[in-house]
Design a protein around this ligand. Sequence first.
Ligand code: SAM
Length: 173
Amino acid sequence: MIVVLRLGHRLGRDARISTHVGLVARAFGADFLIISGEHDKKVIESITNVSDEWGGHFDTVYKKKWEQCISEYKKKGFSIIHLTMYGLPIQNKINEIRKKKNLLIVVGGQKVPGEVYKISDYNIAITNQPHSEVAALAVFLHEYFSGTELDRQWKDASKKIIPQKRGKQVINQ
Ligand code: SAM
C-alpha cells in the first residue's frame, strides 16, 4: 500500500498544487492521500471527483496532526519516505526502497518542520535542486514502480480515453 502525506496545505494559496499532488499520486499508482495543514474541502472534492470519473478507488482525507499520522503509519510497519532536495539521491536508494511494499511518502510545502527529517526512514532527493512536490512525487513513483504504472488499467471508470494520434476521443461507459 502506498500512502502519500501532503504537509502544510494552505487554504487558497495551495489549492492548485495540493490538487495536483493528489492527481499525480493517483495516476502514478499510490492508493491513498492524506492532506494536513488547513482543512480544504474543495481540494478533497476535486480529487475525489476525478477519481470517481476516471476510476481506481483513490481516497483523499484530511488529518490535522501530521505527527500523529506519521507515527501511526510507522507503528503499522510502513517505511516513511520524505522527499526533499536535501536528501540522498533516489538513484542510490531506490533498489532498497523497492523491496518495501508499504510506504508513507511525505511531501512538503512552504516549510517542512525539522522533525520530519528525523522521523523519516529515508530522506530522498530527486536531484539536489529545488523544484516541486508534484514533480518529486511523480518521479519517485515512476522509479519505484519501474514504469509499470504506465500500463495500469482503471477499474470502474465512467470515462475512458481512446488514445489518438491526433485529436481527442473519450468514451462514457
Ligand atoms: N526546501 C524544500 C525541500 O526541502 O525540498 C523545497 C520546498 S518545495 C517548494 C516543496 C516540496 O517539494 C518539498 O518539501 C519536497 O517534498 C518537494 N521537493 C522539492 N524539490 C525536491 C527535490 N529536489 N527532491 C525531492 N523533493 C523535492
